[in-house]
Write a protein that binds this ligand. Structure first.
Ligand code: GPP
Ligand code: MG
Length: 300
């Protein structure tokens, strides 16, 4: 298993890192799906999600080729300095083919789900592209890096919600995007800070480089306070078991990640492992998937 994860393909597409987006997607799926949902729509939606992620990470590896080599390989899902465009295991041309095929496949699968899902996938595709690629390359712009990841988290949640054809009022869509985006921003901040030294060396103006890592770390406190208030409201307002579990999960995660990140920042470096986010996110994604499947087969 370990050797498969270390193959040049896995180091290009980085499936472990997808888990951060898998969670909001599965959350939407688990909440939105019903016993009337079409199982093929579910399968196509997940295939579309996978192709979207392959596209984002392939494009990212191409765009970051010249900066990834400066990384020391720590605090990441893979040793970034050994990503296959840096080592030469993939050429730019091959990576371009992979990204085009994944882009088209993702659109085709999304189209087979429904038009709303398709539009959401177009949006996250655009965000994924402008996050990494010049001329915009928002990952190297202050706020742009946090905004892209958080907003994409919000949009992919709505996409998940729409797999089962769930009818949602626009105001709920807007509120969900805002709530998920704010939550995602706190959970994403540690990742910007772990990269601080390398991004600075590579000349990237990420939020951490621009504002300074300490300021961003301190900003996590008011953001977490906001998240706790929002999810407490969600907990009491909605009479939905899954939303109550999500509220508790996000409250505990945001508080824990904020405290741990602030405690572990020493000598301009944040010493935390990606596992801190990956394991709880994976566990919660599985909960949502299982719950969604039980809903489809009409058990809950
Ligand atoms: C890697 O970013 C993250 C992605 C490619 C996902 C982006 C997708 C969006 C929809 C925003 P990075 O280059 O900042 O981090 P790393 O150093 O881990 O590659
Ligand atoms: Mg990168």
């Amino acid at each position: 298993m370990k050797s498969i994860l270390k193959s040049k393909y896995m180091r290009l597409i980085r499936p472990i890192a997808w888990i951060t987006f898998l969670l909001p997607f599965c959350a939407g799926f688990g909440i939105g799906v019903t016993s009337k949902s079409d199982i093929y729509h579910v399968i196509f939606a997940f295939l579309s999600f996978i192709c979207w992620m392959i596209f984002c990470f392939t494009v990212n590896a191409m765009a970051d080729k010249d900066v990834d080599k400066f990384h020391d390989g720590k605090s990441k899902d893979i040793d970034i300095a050994r990503q296959p465009l840096v080592t030469g295991e993939f050429t730019e041309k091959e990576a371009t083919y992979i990204s085009i095929v994944s882009l088209i496949s993702s659109f085709i699968f999304a189209w087979l789900v429904n038009i709303f899902f398709f539009v959401m996938i177009i949006m996250v595709m655009i965000i994924g592209y402008i996050y990494s690629m010049p001329p915009m390359r928002l990952k190297s712009k202050p706020v742009g890096d946090i905004f892209c990841n958080s907003f994409a988290g919000g949009i992919i949640f709505i996409a998940g919600l729409k797999i089962g054809g769930f009818d949602i009022e626009p105001i709920i869509i807007l509120a969900s995007i805002i709530i998920i985006s704010i939550t995602a921003s706190v959970l994403y901040i540690p990742s910007v800070i772990t990269d601080y030294k390398f991004d600075k060396k590579a000349g990237l103006k990420t939020s951490a480089v621009f504002f300074g890592p300490k300021k961003i770390l301190r900003a996590m406190y008011p953001l977490t306070a906001m998240i706790v208030i929002i999810w407490i409201i969600v907990f009491f307002v909605f009479d939905l078991f899954l939303l109550k579990v999500s509220s508790l999960f996000f409250i505990v995660c945001s508080i824990a990640i904020t405290i741990i990140s602030n405690a572990k920042f020493k000598n301009d470096r944040l010493y935390i492992s990606t596992n801190l986010v990956i394991y709880p996110f994976l566990a919660m994604s599985i909960v949502f998937i299982v719950y969604g499947i039980l809903k489809i087969i009409d058990i809950v």
